[in-house]
Design a protein around this ligand. Sequence first.
Ligand SMILES: NC(=O)c1ccc[n+]([C@@H]2O[C@H](COP(=O)([O-])OP(=O)(O)OC[C@H]3O[C@@H](n4cnc5c(N)ncnc54)[C@H](OP(=O)(O)O)[C@@H]3O)[C@@H](O)[C@H]2O)c1
Length: 314
Amino acid sequence: MTTQPFGKKGWTPTQIGSLANKTYVITGANSGAGFEASHLLLSKGAKVVMLNRNPSKSAIAIEKLKTLLGQHIDVRYIQLDLAQLDSVRRAAKELLATTPNIDALICNGAIAQVANQEITVDGFESQLGVNHFGHFLLCGLLFQRIEDSSGRIVIVGSNAYKMGLKRIKFEDLNFDQKYTAWNAYAQSKLAQMMFGYELQRRIKAANIQVEVQVCHPGASRTNLLMDTASTFNKVLWSVMSRFIAQSAEKGAWPEVMCATQDNLKPTTLYGPTKRANTVGPVGENTLVPIALDEEMAAQLWAISLEKTSLNWPL
Ligand SMILES: NC(=O)c1ccc[n+]([C@@H]2O[C@H](COP(=O)([O-])OP(=O)(O)OC[C@H]3O[C@@H](n4cnc5c(N)ncnc54)[C@H](OP(=O)(O)O)[C@@H]3O)[C@@H](O)[C@H]2O)c1
């Protein structure tokens, strides 16, 4: 059994000191764990730049944060649709022009359990496109600024990485054969996490000072399935989540910890530690080896560069 670094109660936001003069960039921050993470970071004096796809929801989220914390908070939003590589490029350009420092980029936004196969404008299965390829491109485009800021990248994964097919289906990335919502979501979260650990290895080999951490929120009561899942899964989750899930706020703790806490380790997955890592104190989870498969990760890296037309010589 793992010895937990923050004891029985796990990591809590009491560990965070002042975040004045720090800037956090977070995708998908107008609801759920992303909104709660923004709230927590702002409450400690940080600046937050939300990268959100929906302008009206973003305006409402910012207004809510100001009501909760005061008009003085430093929060703004840049429009970004992770489902469109051109939108990711535009958002990264605007961010670089307006944001001198990035202390952490939190790759939080996602879609899940998309009921029927959907293909993005760039030709990707929608969950792989939004959750992995969109974030891969964003990380690559912002990497130099993050390095110049001695900053971090936080990948928000999921327990789903160890479910589904437990591999990247390179021969049929889009699940043109036998699409299932669960297998395609699981592949996309495994891809994100494999990318995170591959990035750690490449950064170490290049002797660069950028920290990468990988975490997940466990089972949290958020909007995650509400837009995209089948009616059956939506109803099932809205009933089950009352009993088996924790609040969105608790779900945000692992990503906030990974963005702010010193002395975290590489090759580790941080998340809730009770009931099969779905709820409870935040600490280290046992990592299933598939996430550390170096051969598959190298292949995924090469394909990700090609699919996003990114030049990232790392
Ligand atoms: N909730 C859970 O039990 C659970 C379990 C495991 C992992 N996770 C992970 O936790 C993270 C946060 O999810 P959540 O549970 O907080 O769900 P959520 O409330 O649905 O939040 C997801 C966010 O992602 C945004 N998003 C979706 N598609 C996007 C796109 N194309 N471009 C930009 N942003 C987009 C959504 O924006 P809109 O408001 O515009 O839809 C929303 O703000 C995700 O990475 C998810 O995979 C959650």
